[in-house]
Structure formats: structure tokens, C-alpha cells
Design a protein around this ligand. Structure first.
Ligand code: P1T
Length: 379
């Protein structure tokens, strides 16, 4: 099955009870047993729920993986991955990443004795200096949030495999429409399904997909034992969102290209961070591992001035000033004070998250309205 068919049918079957074409929302916590242990495959909804299972099968299908898992948020999905580790283990992570992931790693798991190294991975060989016998996981975001750095997944995967280390890729910005990390050698793909997979800014959810059965079993155990699952109504909504992922992404990419080019040619703009530009340092890697460049763009204005950035985001009308990304509507954010506020200033500035940085999630509205909105705000 090709991707555009998988988003609609992948892993799905018609409802066994009445043949419902869309998966019913099984709003139930528990399932009748005829005698203890005899049931129809479901006992309790933290462990399994038919609506959530339909979604988990869809996650696996669109990432070209075997096993999908759904969680109550993207961070809950990341949390489950880190719970594979033990005190004394070490993780090498991209230094540019979602502020909440950084906070989870440094403010919670560091205290449990797990050591994190945050490094630039634009050149994958940088990783080797941080690998030792305790290294158990490489955590990669690509494109990174918010600097749009591109990490070579195949190159990182070969370092991971040579050293017997798990490679997890946060694929939130790219989506499986643009990039399929399992095909490039990753062991775990993670999503904040809150973003493009849900696609409508109405559900908070996380996803994992893996190929290895033992790894899947460990993660299913953690999912059930820790219990950070999502509900059936939310599962239904994200499953519905996925059915239009391909057509939404096509428009996100078209509009993203137009907005990136508009910004690059605007006299008030200093830097535009978007992997579709030939001048992007890892454009060739982006071209080889992604099928297009997406709708996430960050930029700074000339003069690198905090007040200007705040004025611009306040003046936008069609773009809403808000956290999050990946919905049909365009959003603008100020990473230093919003999504990346939990990263100390000197840490975030090392990766380019300066006070004048603005991040756009370009939606699927009419491109003329988006450009006109940016034009008036910049002027
Ligand atoms: O918000 P949640 O569903 O828990 O997902 C966390 C997360 C993980 N990974 C990436 C790359 C993310 O961007 C996020 C959430 N990000 C935002 C809310 C944001 O505005 O960047």
C-alpha cells in the first residue's frame, strides 16, 4: 500500500460488531468476562481499548513500522522511552530540541541518575566523542525545534548500530509524509501527535512506533504499568486527522515554501531557518531523507531586537500567537519566552534561540492572506 492509501486504510478493519466503516468510540473502561480470564481480547482500557488499538495500528502503518503505541501526550511518549533506561545509563541528545523534552530530561530523569549530553549533531560524527559503554540511547529531533537543523538519520543510525545503542527520532516536525525514520535505521519513532498527525489543534497526544518485537513488548509494558494512555474519544479524533495528513502536508509544504521565500526576500529579515533553502547547511541531507521541506520556519529580524519580535507577533492577525504547531491554522510563536522558556538563556542562545527569534507554523489557509498578514506585521 502506498502512503496516501495507508493514511486512510492502514492497519484498519471494519468494526467486527456491526461493520461500522469508521472505528466506533469504545467509551468504556472495562469489558465483560464470562468466567475469570475469558473475554474477547479486552479486559481493561488502560491496557487495551479497541479505538486506541485502531489508532496504534494506523501509527505503525504510516511509519512503515510493526508496532504502534499511543500516549496521553508527546511528553508521555518520550517519558516511556526514557523508562527503558536505568540509573548510570547515558543519553546523547540533539542540543536543539523542544524545551519540554529538555525539561523532562534535565529536571526529572537527571535526578534519577541518567546522564544526558546535549550536542550539535549536524555533523553526525560529533556523536562519537560522547559514546561510551554506558550510552544506551541517542535522541534525535530532525528538523529540530525551533532552529530547523537537519540531522542525518542514516549516519546517526550507523553509529548507534556499531555501538549497540538505541536510536529514537522525534519525527513531529517532518511527519511520516515527509520522512520515515524506521526506514533510515531508527529503532523508535516518536511523535507529538498533538501536531500534524491530529492536525486540528484539538487533541494532545503522543505516539511511538517500533519494528522490534522485544522493544515493543517493553514499551507496551511501560505504557500499561505507568498508565499515560490517551482516551478513546481522542484516539478517534487523531485517527480522523491522519486520514487527511497527506493532503494537509502537501499544502503545508506549498505554503511553507512561499512564506520562506517571502521572508528571505524581505528587507527587514536577517535570517530565515528552513531546510528547503539551498543555503541551509544540511540542505542536501534534507533532500535525501525528506520528500519535501514542510511548513515550519523560524526567522530573526535585522538588529536582533527582542522588542521588534514581540511587536511583530502581536501585530499578526491571520497567524495566531500561540504555543504548538502543525494544525490547519497558522500559528506564530516566540520560542525564547514560550516553547523554549524552560531552557536556560545561555544554553538556548548557543543553538540560536535568541530573543529576536520568531517561529511560524504555516497553516493551509490561502497563501495570499498569509503573506499579506506577515507583510503588514513586518511593516
Ligand atoms: O506537547 P506534547 O504533545 O506533549 O509534545 C511535546 C513535544 C515533543 N516533541 C516536539 C518536537 C514538540 O514540538 C513537542 C511539543 N511542542 C510544542 C508544544 C511547541 O509549540 O513546540
Amino acid at each position: 500500500m502506498k502512503f496516501n492509501t495507508k493514511v486512510i486504510h492502514g492497519g484498519q478493519e471494519h468494526d467486527k460488531a456491526y461493520g461500522a466503516v469508521m472505528p466506533p468510540i469504545y467509551q468504556t473502561t472495562t469489558y465483560a468476562q464470562t468466567t475469570p480470564g475469558r473475554h474477547k481480547g479486552y479486559e481493561y482500557s488502560r491496557t487495551h481499548n479497541p479505538t486506541r488499538n485502531a489508532l496504534e495500528n494506523a501509527f505503525a502503518s504510516i511509519e512503515n513500522g510493526k508496532f504502534g503505541l499511543a500516549f496521553g501526550s508527546g511528553l508521555a511518549a518520550i517519558d516511556a522511552v526514557i523508562k527503558l533506561l536505568k540509573p548510570g545509563d547515558e543519553v546523547v541528545s540533539t542540543n536543539d530540541l523542544y524545551g519540554g523534552s529538555f525539561r523532562l530530561f534535565t529536571k526529572i530523569y537527571q535526578d534519577f541518575g541518567i546522564k544526558f549530553h546535549f550536542i550539535g549533531m549536524q555533523n553526525a560524527s560529533n556523536i562519537e566523542a560522547y559514546v561510551n559503554k554506558n550510552t544506551k540511547l541517542i535522541w534525535v529531533e530532525t528538523p529540530t525545534n525551533p532552529m530547523m537543523n537537519i540531522i542525518d538519520i542514516k549516519a546517526v543510525s550507523s553509529i548507534a548500530k556499531n555501538n549497540n545503542i538505541l536510536l529514537a527520532v522525534d519525527n513531529t516536525f517532518a511527519t511520516p509524509y515527509l520522512q520515515q525514520p524506521l526506514n533510515l535505521g531508527a529503532d523508535i519513532v516518536m511523535h507529538s501527535a498533538t501536531k500534524y498527525l491530529g492536525g486540528h489543534s484539538d487533541v494532545v497526544m503522543g505516539a511511538l512506533t517500533v519494528n522490534d518485537k522485544d522493544l515493543a513488548d517493553k514499551l507496551y509494558f511501560i505504557q500499561n504499568a505507568s498508565g499515560a494512555i490517551c482516551g478513546p474519544q481522542d484516539s478517534f479524533l487523531v485517527l480522523r486527522g491522519i486520514k487527511t495528513l497527506h493532503v494537509r502536508m502537501q499544502r503545508h509544504c506549498e505554503n511553507g515554501t512561499a512564506v520562506a521565500e517571502f521572508l528571505a526576500n524581505h528587507p527587514k529579515i536577517e535570517n530565515v531557518y528552513w531546510p528547503g533553502f539551498k543555503s541551509h547547511p544540511n540542505h542536501e541531507i534534507a533532500k535525501s531523507q525528506m520528500s519535501d521541506f514542510g511548513g515550519m520556519i523560524s526567522f530573526t529580524t535585522k538588529g536582533n531586537n527582542y522588542e521588534d519580535a514581540i511587536k511583530i507577533v502581536e501585530k499578526l492577525n491571520v497567524f495566531t500567537l500561540a504555543e504548538s504547531l502543525g494544525g490547519v491554522e497558522s500559528l506564530a510563536g516566540h520560542p525564547a519566552s514560550m516553547t523554549h522558556g524552560s531552557i536556560p538563556k545561555e544554553e538556548r542562545e548557543k543553538t540560536g534561540v535568541v530573543d529576536s527569534l520568531i517561529r511560524l507554523s504555516v497553516g493551509i489557509e490561502d497563501i495570499d492572506d498569509l503573506i499579506a498578514d506577515l507583510e503588514q506585521a513586518l511593516n
